[in-house]
Design a protein around this ligand. Structure first.
Ligand code: HEM
Length: 384
């Protein structure tokens, strides 16, 4: 998408897309204005499309205040920075065990692996399953549901869109039933899992309904897994495209945070989000009307030359680096600290255990999606 952003940004910060009858927002300032101004730009629009037919509670991602504010406050009681930080040793242990599996697979010597399959994909799924308190034995099922929630029609060959919608609705139903049972189990015992904390969360007699709790668990699967996979893979693509950065990082592991921030800007895992206009308003010299759909291109805003010098260069020491990869305003990504912790663990563990890491192919198959950015597989050569 990056050359396209460059062309669009040279034509304006806000452009009309006649084909899809919506507005495309590319400029950083305009994107920030829209995401901050939730009264004019609503998130309550895609809830019905989320799981196909069915009567599910919208997740916080698709809610506006006041319910968004209430739910987010309740969830914040459970999903605290402290709770996430306390999970760090688990993340490191899971990473180490996935690396042990790779050692076995390569016989402890040099060999080729797919970074996606071997580490970047399983890590976030296992982490969120453990955090939620899902039994380890259910992980395979969990993985399948997680895939089903994010796969787009472009991944499918022989299947029609109607089949996909039906399959996704069936998956959403299975997931719903599954979480209903899990919540029941956790209700009966006092535990320190995320689900336990969410059940217990209460502010002034307000709590999450069972439906809201389930929708939140489903959102965690849909929003947190593939994005984190793509961050880990994106960071390794950047490191292998910039051997001097990799050498610097081996010398000075503290640089890892800068590498992660710059990867988020440069290869933003979520390239776009959308809103619906609630009242006529002008943005970037364009007149938006009530009901219009607006696509906010976070990936373009992150390469706006008015804010980022040399935006098409990967500069891990960039400071400040106020990218919008996690969004902005009231819907700012709840999982940002967790995603960064996982990326940090994956990068540092690979660097310290692998003597040599190199790319095998220069041309990679992209994930076909309107808003997710990443590659389907990333073969690399590793030596221990
Ligand atoms: C919201 C990106 C990982 C949970 C968002 C939004 C973005 C985003 C852009 C805002 C969407 C909007 O305003 O419409 C990312 C990226 C990730 C990542 C790039 C990884 C690199 C995670 C993880 C979790 C998570 C690991 C949880 C385990 C959420 C939730 C929201 C959200 C719950 C909704 C917050 C709200 O509506 O108030 N994420 N995310 N994300 N993300 Fe993430």
């Amino acid at each position: 998408p990056f050359p396209w952003y460059r062309t669009c940004l040279s034509q304006g910060t806000v452009l009309r897309d006649e084909t899809s009858q919506s507005w495309d927002v590319f400029g950083y300032e305009e994107a920030q204005f829209i995401l901050r101004n939730h009264a004019h730009f609503s998130s309550e629009r895609t809830a019905r499309g989320q799981g196909g037919p069915g009567n599910y509670a919208p997740s916080i991602l698709n809610l506006d205040p006041p319910r968004h504010t209430q739910l987010r406050r309740l969830i914040n009681l459970a999903f605290t920075p402290k709770a996430i930080a306390a999970f760090q040793p688990h993340i490191e242990a899971i990473t180490a065990s996935l690396l042990d599996d790779i050692v076995k697979e390569t016989g402890g010597k040099a060999g080729e692996i797919d970074l996606v399959d071997a580490l970047a994909y399983p890590l976030p799924v296992i982490v969120i399953a453990e955090m939620l308190g899902v039994p380890a034995a259910d992980r395979e099922k969990f993985k399948r549901w997680s895939d089903l929630l994010v796969e787009g029609p472009a991944d499918l060959r022989a299947e029609t869109l109607a089949d996909l919608v039906a399959r996704r609705a069936a998956g959403r139903k299975e997931l719903d039933d599954y979480f209903r049972d899990i919540v029941d189990v956790h209700r009966q015992k006092d535990d320190n899992t995320l689900i336990g904390a969410l059940i217990a969360a209460q502010i002034e007699n307000e709590s999450l309904s069972l439906e809201e709790l389930i929708s939140f668990c489903v959102l965690l699967l849909a929003a947190g897994n593939e994005t984190t996979t793509n961050l880990i893979v994106g960071a390794w693509r950047c490191l292998l495209e910039h051997p001097e950065t990799m050498a610097m990082l081996r010398e000075n592991p503290a640089l890892v945070d800068g590498v992660i921030e710059e990867t988020l800007r440069y290869y933003s895992p979520v390239q776009a989000t959308s809103r619906i206009v609630t009242q006529d308003i002008e943005v970037g010299g364009q007149q938006f009307a009530k009901g219009d759909r607006v696509v906010v291109w976070l990936g373009a805003a992150n390469r706006d030359a008015r804010v980022f010098e040399d935006p098409d260069q990967f500069i891990p020491t960039r400071s400040p680096n106020h990218h919008m990869a996690f969004g902005h305003g009231i819907h700012f990504c709840l999982g940002a600290p967790l995603a960064k912790l996982e990326a940090r663990a994956a990068i540092l563990a690979m660097l310290s255990r692998m003597e040599d890491i190199s790319a095998v192919e220069t041309v990679l198959a992209p994930i076909v999606s309107g808003f997710v950015y990443g590659v389907k597989s990333f073969p690399i050569e590793v030596a221990w």
